[in-house]
Design a protein around this ligand. Sequence first.
Ligand SMILES: Nc1ncnc2c1ncn2[C@@H]1O[C@H](COP(=O)(O)OP(=O)(O)O)[C@@H](O)[C@H]1O
Ligand SMILES: [Mg+2]
Length: 147
Amino acid sequence: MRLTEASSFFSQSPEETEALGHRIARELIPGTIVGFEGNLGAGKTTLIQAICQGLGVKEHVLSPTFVIMHVYQGTKFPVYHFDLYRLSHKEINDLGWEDYLFDQGISLIEWIDRAPPINVPYIKIKIDYGDEPNSRKFEIERIPSKN
Ligand SMILES: Nc1ncnc2c1ncn2[C@@H]1O[C@H](COP(=O)(O)OP(=O)(O)O)[C@@H](O)[C@H]1O
Ligand SMILES: [Mg+2]
């Protein structure tokens, strides 16, 4: 798998999504930003939990819905997990979140579509429901810098 190339994956179970997360984790290099799009229950957190596990995070990873972000320590670099669901652009900017994005950690951002424009390239992972209750489609795309 090459995260810089657009690609799609299908999953029929949470376990298959976890396997995808482990594969993605192996491709992540310091400073990478990954943004996730998809409705509630699509599987953003499930995928992120597996990515974190693949990065060596030992803590239990939960959606940071009430605290905006979590910092985890992976084996090689820190992991910043954001959930932008309830935040306005002003609140996001007030976080000083670009300090994290420009850091040498891995930034994993749920609801990236709610973010103000990001002036650095990032990997977008869009999750859609399939025809069956447990089927999901993952589309991976590299988004260039807005500058
Ligand atoms: N193929 C699948 N991939 C991911 N999650 C799935 C899949 N099939 C069913 N699920 C279920 O969907 C839910 C996804 O929840 P979650 O990862 O919290 O979504 P989000 O963070 O996008 O709101 C979980 O309850 C999970 O067990
Ligand atoms: Mg979530």
